[in-house]
Design a protein around this ligand. Sequence first.
Ligand code: MLT
Ligand code: ZN
Length: 471
Amino acid sequence: MNINRTYNNLSDKVVEELIKIVGVEQVFSDDEKLEAYGQDETEDFIFKPAVVVRSENAEQVAAIMKLANQHHIPVTPRGAGTGLSGGALPVCGGILLSMEKFKNILQIDTQNLQATVESGVINYIFQEEVKKHGLFYPPDPASWGSCSLGGNVAHSSGGPKAVKYGTTRDYVLNIEMVTPTGEIIWTGANTLKYSTGYNLTQLMVGSEGTLGIITKIVFKLLPLPKHDLLMLVPFSSAEKACEAVGATFRAGITPSAMEFMERDAIDWSMKYAGEVNFTVKPEWQALLLIEVDGNEMDLLYKDCETISAIMAEHGCDEILFADTADQKQSLWKIRRKVGEAVKSNSVYKEEDTVVPRASLPVLLKGVKEIGKRYGFKSVCYGHAGDGNLHVNIIKGDLSDEVWERELPKGITEIFELCKSLGGTISGEHGIGLVQKGYLPIVFPEYQMELMRQIKRVFDPAMILNPGKIVF
Ligand code: MLT
Ligand code: ZN
C-alpha cells in the first residue's frame, strides 16, 4: 500500500524525550514488540513502527503529541489492536502509541445511569462491571472479550445488540481527548441532551484515531433487562431467511439480536469453535439467531410466537429454543467465532456492507452473482436486523494474479450495489486503511474534500494516524 507522506526519522534525541515522558520501561524498539504492535486483526498486514510507546495518562499523551509535532514524526494510536480495517496500523512508521494502560473504570454513577472510563478498558470487563449494579451497556462487538472501549468509540462499533439498542455512538455522552497538537479537552457535557454548538463528541465517534486520541469516555447506561430468550431458525434458502428478517420488524417486533449465518459460516465456525454440539441438517443453507429481551416473560413468549409464525411463513425448518444458559452460550459462540474461523481457513478480504434492512435479500443475491462473475466464493454472515452483512471474500484456490486483478473490481461492484440500495460500505468496521480507496464510491469529491479540511483543522501537521480514511 502506497502512502505518499514524508516524515522525519525518529532520532535518538526524540527517543530520549519519549523516555523522559513515559519512563524507560514503557518505550520499546525491539523487533518482537515492533512486529506485535505493527499488526491488528486486519487480514495479514504488518507495518512496523519505529518505536512503541505505552502512555498512562492524558498529560503524557499531550506531551508526546507536542514532541511529535515539533519533530514531524507520525503517531498512530492503538487500543487493543482488534480492528478490522487497519485503523491502528502504523503505515508511516514513527511512534505507535499504545493505550492499553488506560485500564480504569473511574466511576459508575448509579444516580444518573452513567459511567466514566479510561479508553483502554476492555468492553466485556465493563459490561460485567456495570451488570453488578443492575445496569446495561449494550454495544457488544464479536471481539468484546478483547476489544477496548476507546477502539469501539473510534469505530462506533456495533455488535448483535445494535439492532435494538444502537451502536457505540448512541452511548457516548462526553469524551476527554488529546488533540493532534497536544491540547487536552472535554468534547461536550455529561448530559443526555446537547445543543451547544458543533457536536465534537459525535465527530470524534467513528473518526478512527485521526482527529484526536481518546483518553476518557462518559457513557450512558440502561437498566439491565431481566430476561432474554434465544431461538435458532434454520432455512433451506438463505434469501428466504433474509426476507424473514424484514417481515419480523414489520410485524412490530424488535428483537435484541437478529443475526444471519450462511451455511459455510456455520460449518467453519463450528469446526473452529470445537466442542459446540448440535446437528446441522444437510439441507440447511442459513440460520437466523434471534434473541428477544425485556422484563416480562409473558411478553417475550408472545414475541417468540409471533416470530415463529413469521419464520414458518418464510419456510423455516424446526426452530430450536435455547433452554439453558449453556445452550445460549454455545449458540452465541458459533456466531461470535465466524470471523476468526474465516481468518483461520483461507486468505480472505472482509467487507462490512450495510443497506436498509428490507434490501438485505437483494444485497445477498447481488454479492453471490458478482462473486460468480469474478470467480470468487464468499462467506456471508452478520447483523441481519441492521441490514449489515459481513461479506468475507475467500481466496481459496484462486491464483495470486487473479486474486489481485479481479478482487478490487468485484469489491467495487459490491459497494456500488450497496450504494444503489441506499446503503454504504461500512456499518461498523470503519474505513481505516483497507477501505479508503473505495470511499469515493459513496462520497463525491466535494464531500471528500470537506472531510480532508476537517482533518487539516484538527491536525495541521498531518501527523496523527496518517494513511487512514481520507489521507
Ligand atoms: C462480527 O460481527 O463477527 C464482527 O463484526 C467481527 C467480524 O466480522 O470479523
Ligand atoms: Zn459484526
